[in-house]
Write a protein that binds this ligand. Sequence first.
Ligand SMILES: Cc1cc2nc3c(=O)[nH]c(=O)nc-3n(C[C@H](O)[C@H](O)[C@H](O)COP(=O)(O)OP(=O)(O)OC[C@H]3O[C@@H](n4cnc5c(N)ncnc54)[C@H](O)[C@@H]3O)c2cc1C
Length: 309
Amino acid sequence: MVIGAGVIGIEMAGALKQQGMEVTLVEYADSISTALADMEFSQKIIELLEEKGIRVLFKSAVSKIEDLENVQKNIFIENAGKKETLVAEVVVVAVGVKPNLDVLEGSGIAVTERGIVVDSKMRTNISNVYACGDCCQPLSAITGEAISSALASSAIQQSKIVGFQIAGFPIKFNGSTGAFAFQALGKEYAGVGLTETEARKKFKWVITGKAVTTDVYKDLTIAKELEVKLIFAGPKMRLVGYEAFGNGVIASAEVASFAIGLKLNILKMLRFNYIAHPSMTPWPFMNPIIMATEDAMGKIMEKVKGFFN
Ligand SMILES: Cc1cc2nc3c(=O)[nH]c(=O)nc-3n(C[C@H](O)[C@H](O)[C@H](O)COP(=O)(O)OP(=O)(O)OC[C@H]3O[C@@H](n4cnc5c(N)ncnc54)[C@H](O)[C@@H]3O)c2cc1C
Protein backbone atom coordinates (compact mmCIF):
# COMPACT_ATOMS: atom_id res chain seq x y z
CA MET A 1 0.00 0.00 0.00
CA VAL A 2 1.41 3.35 -1.05
CA ILE A 3 -0.27 6.41 0.44
CA GLY A 4 0.00 9.57 -1.68
CA ALA A 5 -0.06 9.83 -5.50
CA GLY A 6 2.69 12.44 -5.72
CA VAL A 7 6.09 12.09 -7.40
CA ILE A 8 7.50 9.78 -4.70
CA GLY A 9 4.31 7.73 -4.28
CA ILE A 10 3.96 7.04 -8.00
CA GLU A 11 7.62 6.11 -8.40
CA MET A 12 7.46 3.84 -5.31
CA ALA A 13 4.23 2.16 -6.51
CA GLY A 14 5.89 1.40 -9.87
CA ALA A 15 9.09 0.12 -8.26
CA LEU A 16 7.22 -2.18 -5.85
CA LYS A 17 5.08 -3.52 -8.71
CA GLN A 18 8.24 -4.29 -10.67
CA GLN A 19 9.42 -6.30 -7.65
CA GLY A 20 6.35 -8.49 -8.13
CA MET A 21 4.22 -7.07 -5.31
CA GLU A 22 0.51 -6.48 -5.39
CA VAL A 23 0.22 -2.68 -5.07
CA THR A 24 -2.58 -0.30 -4.13
CA LEU A 25 -2.00 3.45 -4.44
CA VAL A 26 -4.29 5.57 -2.24
CA GLU A 27 -4.80 9.30 -2.71
CA TYR A 28 -7.31 11.61 -1.07
CA ALA A 29 -7.63 14.07 -3.98
CA ASP A 30 -9.73 13.10 -7.00
CA SER A 31 -6.71 12.88 -9.30
CA ILE A 32 -2.98 13.57 -9.47
CA SER A 33 -2.46 17.21 -8.41
CA THR A 34 -2.81 19.79 -11.22
CA ALA A 35 0.32 21.43 -9.81
CA LEU A 36 2.17 18.29 -10.91
CA ALA A 37 0.54 17.50 -14.25
CA ASP A 38 -2.32 18.72 -16.42
CA MET A 39 -5.23 16.37 -16.91
CA GLU A 40 -4.03 14.87 -20.23
CA PHE A 41 -0.74 13.80 -18.63
CA SER A 42 -2.31 12.68 -15.31
CA GLN A 43 -4.61 10.47 -17.34
CA LYS A 44 -1.66 8.85 -19.13
CA ILE A 45 0.15 8.25 -15.82
CA ILE A 46 -2.94 6.73 -14.20
CA GLU A 47 -3.62 4.53 -17.26
CA LEU A 48 -0.02 3.30 -17.17
CA LEU A 49 -0.27 2.36 -13.47
CA GLU A 50 -3.62 0.61 -13.95
CA GLU A 51 -2.53 -1.17 -17.15
CA LYS A 52 0.41 -2.68 -15.23
CA GLY A 53 -1.92 -3.92 -12.50
CA ILE A 54 -1.65 -1.24 -9.78
CA ARG A 55 -4.96 -0.54 -8.04
CA VAL A 56 -5.37 3.24 -7.89
CA LEU A 57 -7.89 4.66 -5.40
CA PHE A 58 -8.66 8.37 -5.63
CA LYS A 59 -10.95 10.31 -3.24
CA SER A 60 -9.70 7.89 -0.58
CA ALA A 61 -8.44 9.33 2.69
CA VAL A 62 -6.48 7.11 5.08
CA SER A 63 -7.68 7.77 8.62
CA LYS A 64 -5.81 5.09 10.59
CA ILE A 65 -3.19 2.36 10.23
CA GLU A 66 -3.46 -0.45 12.78
CA ASP A 67 -1.40 -3.45 13.92
CA LEU A 68 1.91 -1.96 12.86
CA GLU A 69 3.81 -4.64 14.82
CA ASN A 70 2.18 -7.45 12.83
CA VAL A 71 2.90 -8.52 9.26
CA GLN A 72 -0.66 -7.66 8.35
CA LYS A 73 -1.51 -3.99 8.70
CA ASN A 74 -5.09 -2.79 8.57
CA ILE A 75 -5.57 0.49 6.76
CA PHE A 76 -8.81 2.37 7.30
CA ILE A 77 -9.87 4.50 4.38
CA GLU A 78 -12.89 6.51 3.45
CA ASN A 79 -13.37 5.84 -0.25
CA ALA A 80 -15.74 8.39 -1.85
CA GLY A 81 -17.83 8.55 1.33
CA LYS A 82 -17.70 4.77 1.89
CA LYS A 83 -15.68 3.42 4.84
CA GLU A 84 -13.42 0.50 3.99
CA THR A 85 -10.63 -1.47 5.67
CA LEU A 86 -7.76 -2.60 3.45
CA VAL A 87 -5.01 -5.00 4.40
CA ALA A 88 -1.33 -4.65 3.49
CA GLU A 89 1.97 -6.17 4.53
CA VAL A 90 4.04 -3.13 3.61
CA VAL A 91 2.91 0.49 3.88
CA VAL A 92 4.76 3.41 2.28
CA VAL A 93 3.63 6.86 3.40
CA ALA A 94 4.59 9.41 0.71
CA VAL A 95 2.52 12.44 1.60
CA GLY A 96 5.06 15.24 1.35
CA VAL A 97 7.13 17.18 3.85
CA LYS A 98 6.45 19.98 6.29
CA PRO A 99 9.34 21.89 7.86
CA ASN A 100 9.62 21.47 11.61
CA LEU A 101 9.87 25.08 12.75
CA ASP A 102 9.54 24.56 16.53
CA VAL A 103 13.30 24.90 16.90
CA LEU A 104 13.01 28.56 15.80
CA GLU A 105 10.46 29.53 18.42
CA GLY A 106 11.52 32.71 20.21
CA SER A 107 14.28 33.42 17.65
CA GLY A 108 12.35 36.18 15.90
CA ILE A 109 13.01 34.55 12.52
CA ALA A 110 10.00 35.11 10.26
CA VAL A 111 8.27 31.89 9.19
CA THR A 112 5.01 30.78 7.63
CA GLU A 113 3.62 27.25 7.83
CA ARG A 114 5.55 26.47 4.61
CA GLY A 115 8.94 27.44 6.00
CA ILE A 116 11.42 30.19 6.74
CA VAL A 117 10.87 33.44 4.82
CA VAL A 118 13.94 34.42 2.75
CA ASP A 119 14.81 37.02 0.13
CA SER A 120 16.71 36.52 -3.14
CA LYS A 121 20.02 36.39 -1.21
CA MET A 122 18.60 33.68 1.07
CA ARG A 123 18.64 36.14 3.99
CA THR A 124 16.11 35.80 6.76
CA ASN A 125 14.73 38.90 8.49
CA ILE A 126 17.50 38.62 11.12
CA SER A 127 20.89 39.98 10.16
CA ASN A 128 23.56 37.31 9.37
CA VAL A 129 21.05 34.45 9.58
CA TYR A 130 20.46 32.65 6.27
CA ALA A 131 18.23 29.75 5.32
CA CYS A 132 18.32 27.43 2.31
CA GLY A 133 16.86 24.09 1.21
CA ASP A 134 13.66 22.38 2.30
CA CYS A 135 13.30 24.48 5.49
CA CYS A 136 12.73 27.74 3.59
CA GLN A 137 10.44 29.15 0.93
CA PRO A 138 12.62 30.10 -2.04
CA LEU A 139 11.33 32.56 -4.61
CA SER A 140 9.80 31.26 -7.83
CA ALA A 141 11.80 31.97 -11.02
CA ILE A 142 8.48 32.52 -12.79
CA THR A 143 6.33 34.64 -10.50
CA GLY A 144 8.84 35.84 -7.89
CA GLU A 145 6.45 34.56 -5.19
CA ALA A 146 7.64 32.51 -2.22
CA ILE A 147 7.06 28.83 -2.99
CA SER A 148 7.66 25.41 -1.46
CA SER A 149 10.40 23.80 -3.51
CA ALA A 150 11.70 20.69 -1.68
CA LEU A 151 14.10 19.71 -4.46
CA ALA A 152 17.75 18.75 -4.04
CA SER A 153 18.84 20.66 -7.16
CA SER A 154 17.28 23.88 -5.88
CA ALA A 155 18.63 23.35 -2.34
CA ILE A 156 22.19 23.03 -3.67
CA GLN A 157 21.88 26.26 -5.69
CA GLN A 158 20.45 28.09 -2.68
CA SER A 159 23.30 26.88 -0.46
CA LYS A 160 25.83 28.30 -2.94
CA ILE A 161 24.02 31.65 -2.87
CA VAL A 162 24.47 31.66 0.92
CA GLY A 163 28.17 30.89 0.40
CA PHE A 164 28.48 33.83 -2.01
CA GLN A 165 26.96 36.22 0.55
CA ILE A 166 29.29 35.04 3.30
CA ALA A 167 32.28 35.38 0.94
CA GLY A 168 31.21 38.94 0.09
CA PHE A 169 29.74 38.41 -3.41
CA PRO A 170 26.20 39.85 -3.60
CA ILE A 171 24.98 37.23 -6.13
CA LYS A 172 21.23 36.61 -6.06
CA PHE A 173 19.27 33.38 -6.37
CA ASN A 174 17.55 33.39 -9.74
CA GLY A 175 14.53 31.61 -8.28
CA SER A 176 13.44 28.02 -8.43
CA THR A 177 11.92 26.59 -11.64
CA GLY A 178 10.74 23.54 -9.66
CA ALA A 179 12.18 21.16 -12.29
CA PHE A 180 11.53 17.52 -11.41
CA ALA A 181 11.23 14.11 -13.03
CA PHE A 182 10.15 10.61 -12.09
CA GLN A 183 10.04 7.23 -13.72
CA ALA A 184 7.63 4.35 -13.26
CA LEU A 185 7.13 1.09 -15.11
CA GLY A 186 9.31 1.99 -18.08
CA LYS A 187 7.96 5.52 -18.62
CA GLU A 188 9.18 8.92 -17.48
CA TYR A 189 7.44 12.16 -16.60
CA ALA A 190 9.05 15.59 -16.12
CA GLY A 191 7.58 18.92 -15.12
CA VAL A 192 9.12 22.38 -14.94
CA GLY A 193 7.54 25.65 -13.82
CA LEU A 194 3.77 25.94 -14.05
CA THR A 195 1.31 23.49 -15.53
CA GLU A 196 -1.25 24.97 -17.92
CA THR A 197 -3.89 24.78 -15.16
CA GLU A 198 -1.70 26.74 -12.75
CA ALA A 199 -0.59 29.23 -15.44
CA ARG A 200 -4.23 30.04 -16.29
CA LYS A 201 -4.82 31.00 -12.63
CA LYS A 202 -1.93 33.51 -12.76
CA PHE A 203 -1.84 34.91 -16.31
CA LYS A 204 -4.50 36.40 -18.59
CA TRP A 205 -2.86 35.12 -21.79
CA VAL A 206 -1.73 31.51 -21.99
CA ILE A 207 -0.81 29.61 -25.18
CA THR A 208 0.43 26.03 -25.24
CA GLY A 209 2.32 24.05 -27.85
CA LYS A 210 2.67 20.28 -28.16
CA ALA A 211 5.16 17.94 -29.77
CA VAL A 212 4.78 14.22 -30.24
CA THR A 213 8.20 12.92 -31.15
CA THR A 214 10.61 10.14 -30.21
CA ASP A 215 13.63 9.89 -27.93
CA VAL A 216 15.95 8.88 -30.83
CA TYR A 217 15.56 8.66 -34.66
CA LYS A 218 12.04 7.37 -35.11
CA ASP A 219 13.04 4.58 -37.54
CA LEU A 220 15.37 2.91 -35.04
CA THR A 221 13.82 -0.16 -33.44
CA ILE A 222 14.70 1.18 -29.98
CA ALA A 223 12.85 4.51 -30.57
CA LYS A 224 10.18 5.30 -27.97
CA GLU A 225 7.49 7.96 -27.97
CA LEU A 226 7.94 11.28 -26.19
CA GLU A 227 5.18 13.86 -25.78
CA VAL A 228 6.13 17.40 -24.74
CA LYS A 229 3.96 20.39 -23.89
CA LEU A 230 5.25 23.95 -23.49
CA ILE A 231 3.26 26.67 -21.74
CA PHE A 232 3.80 30.31 -22.76
CA ALA A 233 2.15 33.16 -20.86
CA GLY A 234 1.82 36.89 -20.36
CA PRO A 235 1.97 39.75 -22.87
CA LYS A 236 5.57 38.78 -23.79
CA MET A 237 4.67 35.10 -24.21
CA ARG A 238 7.41 33.94 -21.86
CA LEU A 239 8.00 30.23 -21.40
CA VAL A 240 6.51 29.48 -17.96
CA GLY A 241 5.97 25.73 -18.01
CA TYR A 242 6.92 22.36 -19.45
CA GLU A 243 5.47 18.87 -19.15
CA ALA A 244 6.58 15.65 -20.82
CA PHE A 245 5.60 12.00 -20.74
CA GLY A 246 7.26 9.05 -22.45
CA ASN A 247 10.94 8.28 -22.78
CA GLY A 248 13.95 10.58 -22.94
CA VAL A 249 12.31 13.48 -21.09
CA ILE A 250 15.43 14.83 -19.38
CA ALA A 251 17.18 16.60 -22.30
CA SER A 252 14.21 18.81 -23.19
CA ALA A 253 13.22 19.28 -19.52
CA GLU A 254 16.63 20.73 -18.71
CA VAL A 255 16.53 23.05 -21.73
CA ALA A 256 13.08 24.20 -20.59
CA SER A 257 14.28 24.74 -17.01
CA PHE A 258 17.20 26.87 -18.21
CA ALA A 259 14.95 28.86 -20.58
CA ILE A 260 12.29 29.41 -17.90
CA GLY A 261 14.99 30.56 -15.46
CA LEU A 262 16.30 33.02 -18.06
CA LYS A 263 12.73 34.23 -18.74
CA LEU A 264 12.99 33.53 -22.48
CA ASN A 265 9.97 34.31 -24.66
CA ILE A 266 8.56 32.38 -27.60
CA LEU A 267 10.67 34.22 -30.24
CA LYS A 268 13.88 33.45 -28.34
CA MET A 269 12.81 29.81 -27.96
CA LEU A 270 12.48 29.52 -31.76
CA ARG A 271 16.21 30.25 -32.04
CA PHE A 272 17.23 27.22 -29.99
CA ASN A 273 20.19 25.47 -31.68
CA TYR A 274 19.99 21.81 -30.82
CA ILE A 275 22.06 18.72 -31.55
CA ALA A 276 20.99 16.05 -34.04
CA HIS A 277 22.58 12.61 -33.89
CA PRO A 278 21.19 9.35 -35.35
CA SER A 279 21.29 7.26 -32.18
CA MET A 280 21.12 9.90 -29.44
CA THR A 281 18.46 12.43 -30.50
CA PRO A 282 15.19 12.57 -32.47
CA TRP A 283 15.19 13.26 -36.22
CA PRO A 284 16.65 16.72 -36.92
CA PHE A 285 13.19 18.18 -37.59
CA MET A 286 11.62 16.47 -34.58
CA ASN A 287 13.31 18.28 -31.68
CA PRO A 288 10.57 18.49 -29.02
CA ILE A 289 11.38 22.04 -27.84
CA ILE A 290 11.30 23.49 -31.36
CA MET A 291 8.24 21.45 -32.42
CA ALA A 292 6.22 22.52 -29.37
CA THR A 293 7.36 26.16 -29.70
CA GLU A 294 6.36 26.20 -33.38
CA ASP A 295 2.99 24.66 -32.50
CA ALA A 296 2.38 27.47 -29.98
CA MET A 297 3.66 30.08 -32.46
CA GLY A 298 1.20 28.76 -35.06
CA LYS A 299 -1.66 29.37 -32.62
CA ILE A 300 -0.47 32.95 -32.02
CA MET A 301 -0.21 33.55 -35.79
CA GLU A 302 -3.75 32.25 -36.26
CA LYS A 303 -4.99 34.73 -33.64
CA VAL A 304 -3.05 37.63 -35.20
CA LYS A 305 -4.39 36.73 -38.67
CA GLY A 306 -7.91 36.85 -37.26
CA PHE A 307 -7.17 40.29 -35.84
CA PHE A 308 -6.16 41.72 -39.25
CA ASN A 309 -9.04 40.05 -41.16
C1 LIG B 1 12.15 9.88 -1.01
C2 LIG B 1 12.66 11.19 -1.54
C3 LIG B 1 13.12 11.27 -2.84
C4 LIG B 1 13.58 12.49 -3.34
N1 LIG B 1 14.00 12.54 -4.65
C5 LIG B 1 14.46 13.70 -5.14
C6 LIG B 1 14.92 13.77 -6.48
O1 LIG B 1 14.90 12.78 -7.23
N2 LIG B 1 15.36 14.97 -6.95
C7 LIG B 1 15.39 16.09 -6.16
O2 LIG B 1 15.81 17.17 -6.64
N3 LIG B 1 14.98 16.05 -4.86
C8 LIG B 1 14.52 14.88 -4.34
N4 LIG B 1 14.10 14.83 -3.03
C9 LIG B 1 14.14 16.06 -2.22
C10 LIG B 1 15.54 16.27 -1.66
O3 LIG B 1 15.94 15.12 -0.96
C11 LIG B 1 15.50 17.47 -0.72
O4 LIG B 1 14.98 18.61 -1.40
C12 LIG B 1 16.92 17.83 -0.25
O5 LIG B 1 17.46 16.74 0.47
C13 LIG B 1 16.86 19.08 0.64
O6 LIG B 1 18.13 19.30 1.18
P1 LIG B 1 18.28 20.00 2.62
O7 LIG B 1 19.73 20.06 2.87
O8 LIG B 1 17.48 21.24 2.63
O9 LIG B 1 17.56 19.02 3.64
P2 LIG B 1 17.95 17.52 4.05
O10 LIG B 1 18.65 16.82 2.95
O11 LIG B 1 16.71 16.95 4.62
O12 LIG B 1 19.04 17.73 5.20
C14 LIG B 1 18.67 18.32 6.44
C15 LIG B 1 19.51 17.71 7.52
O13 LIG B 1 19.35 18.47 8.72
C16 LIG B 1 19.20 17.60 9.83
N5 LIG B 1 18.44 18.32 10.86
C17 LIG B 1 17.12 18.62 10.87
N6 LIG B 1 16.80 19.31 11.99
C18 LIG B 1 17.93 19.47 12.69
C19 LIG B 1 18.23 20.09 13.93
N7 LIG B 1 17.29 20.68 14.67
N8 LIG B 1 19.51 20.06 14.36
C20 LIG B 1 20.47 19.45 13.62
N9 LIG B 1 20.23 18.84 12.44
C21 LIG B 1 18.98 18.84 11.98
C22 LIG B 1 18.45 16.42 9.24
O14 LIG B 1 18.62 15.27 10.03
C23 LIG B 1 19.09 16.28 7.86
O15 LIG B 1 20.24 15.47 7.88
C24 LIG B 1 13.60 13.63 -2.52
C25 LIG B 1 13.16 13.55 -1.21
C26 LIG B 1 12.68 12.35 -0.72
C27 LIG B 1 12.20 12.29 0.70
